[in-house]
Write a protein that binds this ligand. Structure first.
Ligand SMILES: Nc1ncnc2c1ncn2[C@@H]1O[C@H](COP(=O)(O)OP(=O)(O)O)[C@@H](O)[C@H]1O
Ligand SMILES: [Mg+2]
Length: 412
């Protein structure tokens, strides 16, 4: 779907009209046309002064909104072309950026409009999500570019709620996303995604059998909940389920995912460590609530991932404050600033905070999580901002990752 909007952009600027085309294929294009000028009133529109190198430098110095780093530093300026007095800028980001693409295009316009002599400017903002170098490793999960583990030191802090909303938020921002519910004793994604009694289709023969993930709200999903029922006795779950978990990891036929979110089992014991080692996790996100006890467990979570060399992308503080549904008053009932403190202590980022909000629970429990129910609501926007931040961090990580060394075989 392509939407075309035209209107006034900057009242005081040189430019009078703009057109925005937004499409689902992750591209945003802005075209700017100048206000007609009186040739005798200005001597600035001299094309001879337009230098492509200067134009490129100006664009490269614009800050990328999620990482707050210059576009040039991120290798994000795909092209700056000049034809006569018409400039075309094309930007390639490495994360899905639907929510900030327009702001970025506007910032570029702002910067370029200060240069004399440009009569027309078009800005394309697109994204190409790179695969983690580990995506080609032996243990890699086929069809998956990046694996994000969402973990918490303890249960009940909202790890599954955060996982599913972040998965949906990454999709809303323009990525192909899947979620794997690896919580052995308390799978919940089948409920949260409203999948009901559907079971994954099995394709292939014998050892090559694969499960086809179930699509819900635009993301692919596989859950322990699809394999065990509430009637499966607890004593059977351990042995049976650890085999099943291996199957979920290795025998799911994901279809071209930019990101696979793994809703990890709660805790920091052997199961979690083995899981973090068994698949090449690109980065981990730690969910915590602000109570001291939860924060202590969150620290253990960070330490666990560090021990197995998985980069921690940041901390999400859930139930950070309570917003009264009657009067809107915000109260830090579990204490304030805990997430910020551990993020600082462990040199990682506080990716964002979510309030304790009745609608989050109600929507998630009814099978349509907040981001799927209304992607533009303030809560969904908070999840989307966190999703962009963590995906941008992954991009940075993949940018700085050294390429896998080439093995050269010589004769002697
Ligand atoms: N920010 C929130 N506001 C209100 N309720 C929440 C929030 N986050 C989670 N919940 C609710 O808390 C309960 C536990 O969340 P869940 O995601 O299942 O935790 P975990 O996976 O860590 O055990 C669920 O009923 C969920 O709907
Ligand atoms: Mg859970």
């Amino acid at each position: 779907m392509v939407e075309l909007i035209e209107g006034e952009l900057f009242d005081a600027g040189l430019w009078s009209t703009y057109a925005v085309s937004l499409s689902k294929c992750s591209i945003l294009r802005l075209s700017f046309t100048p206000r007609p000028i009186n040739p005798s009133s200005s001597g600035v529109m001299t094309m001879a002064h337009l230098d492509p190198a200067v134009l490129r430098t100006v664009v490269e110095n614009v800050l990328e909104p999620s990482l707050q780093r210059p576009l040039g530093e991120l290798n994000a300026v795909h092209a700056v072309t000049l034809e006569g007095d018409q400039v075309a800028v094309s930007i390639d980001l490495g994360y899905p950026a639907e929510g900030v693409a327009q702001a970025l295009a506007t910032a570029i316009h702002h910067a370029v409009s200060r240069i004399d002599g440009v009569s027309k400017l078009s800005v394309d903002v697109d994204w190409v999500i790179p695969a983690s170098p580990a995506a080609n490793a032996q243990q890699a999960i086929p069809g998956v570019k990046n694996i994000i583990a969402v973990a918490s030191g303890k249960g009940g802090v909202g790890k599954s709620t955060t996982s599913v909303n972040l998965a949906l938020a990454l999709a809303a921002e323009g990525a192909e996303v899947g979620i794997l519910d690896a919580d052995i004793y308390g799978p919940s994604q089948h409920h949260m995604l409203g999948v009901g009694e559907r079971r994954p289709q099995i394709v292939g023969e014998g050892k090559a059998q694969m499960m086809v993930p179930i699509e819900a709200h635009g993301i692919q999903s596989i859950s322990m909940g699809y394999l065990v029922t509430e009637q499966t006795p607890m004593v059977w779950r351990g042995p049976m389920v650890s085999g099943a978990l291996q199957q979920l990891l290795m025998q799911t036929r994901w279809n071209d995912l930019d990101y696979l979110i793994i809703d990890m089992p709660p805790g920091t014991g052997d199961i979690q460590i083995t899981l973090a080692q068994r698949v090449p996790v690109t980065g981990a996100v730690i969910v915590t609530t602000p109570q001291d006890i939860a924060l202590l467990d969150a620290k253990k979570g960070i330490e666990m991932f560090r021990k197995v060399s998985v980069p921690v992308l940041g901390v999400v503080e859930n139930m950070a404050m309570h917003i009264c549904s009657q009067c809107g008053h915000a109260e830090h009932i579990f204490g304030a600033g805990g997430g910020e403190r551990i993020a600082t202590e462990y040199q990682t980022a506080l990716l964002g905070s979510l309030p304790l909000d009745l609608s989050i629970r109600e929507l998630t429990d009814s099978g349509t999580p907040s981001v799927a129910a209304d992607p533009d609501s303030p809560i969904a926007k908070a999840y989307r901002e966190i999703a962009r931040k963590l995906a941008a961090q992954l991009w940075l990580l993949n940018l700085s990752a050294s390429p896998v060394p080439e093995i050269v075989v010589s004769e002697d």
